[in-house]
Design a protein around this ligand. Sequence first.
Ligand code: SF4
Length: 314
Amino acid sequence: MILNARDKITRGLLSLAKSPLLFYPYYRYHLPLPSEILIENTNNCNAQCVMCPRETLTRKRGFMEFALFEKIIREVSGARRTPVVHLHGFGEPLLDESLPERIRLAKTCGIKHTYLVTNASLLFPETSRKIIAAGLDTMKISFYGTDEESYRATMRRLDFKVALHNITEFVKIRKEMKKRTPKLILQYLPQEANAAKTEEFRSLWHAVLDKSAGDRLNSSTLHNYGGGRAYNRVGERMASVCFYPWTAMSVLWDGRAVTCCMDYNGVQGLGDLNVQSVTEIWNGPVLAAIRRNFGKLDYSGFPTCLCCDWVSRR
Ligand code: SF4
């Protein structure tokens, strides 16, 4: 059975997801396609941020072949309700020179919402122009500091002044091009290393962001990254259903689909988009079994989930 992302039944079922006993009879129901698809263009990165478990990445590094990206986009853009397409994964998406071309293809094919997360260190004016012209809808920028010292303590290997300048110029260029997209989300992560200078962060961006274009600030919290970090205590027993298998799909640069973006080493595979379609994987036996097991809070056999602090525990 499939559900409609915007109807009341789906919303009701997802709201029941925290109560497995109520939810379980409905675990077979799912959307015709994921409502979000995360496509990793690369898992290379030019930074070594403290909260990112990059040093434990065992997967081969690389960039997604454009032909594979196009195959995925052409399939999902044929849906009546196209998924939100994330153009990033466990890496810095601006390292990929074909990123503007990927965005353009997605928009030309009819994807309504494209989104990416970047550290902005490579958001130079020429790249900014290409990304804006290609039609990116939303860009989240991780900027975890309010001065050179706090920034360097978190976003190791990056330069505070370069990133700040890039973002400031980006806003000017977008205005010059008479565009309102991509909307910017400037994300801060209050933590020990940056001494939680939330007010300073607000004032740093106050004069730069353009509220009339929909730019905004966002404050995030530290998570365990599927066991790559141990910021939050993880209890013995799962207490809620993770609804990723009902709503989203993550694709690694080599075409393997995995349960979610927390699985940065690709150990919880769903299938391979080099030889399967999104629909085949989404409606196939692997995800059906995962939905059945997650629906009754059985995460055994899923090492990333067993360390995950995104599902509530007791
Ligand atoms: S439980 Fe955590 S690791 Fe597992 S699929 Fe859900 S969000 Fe991902």
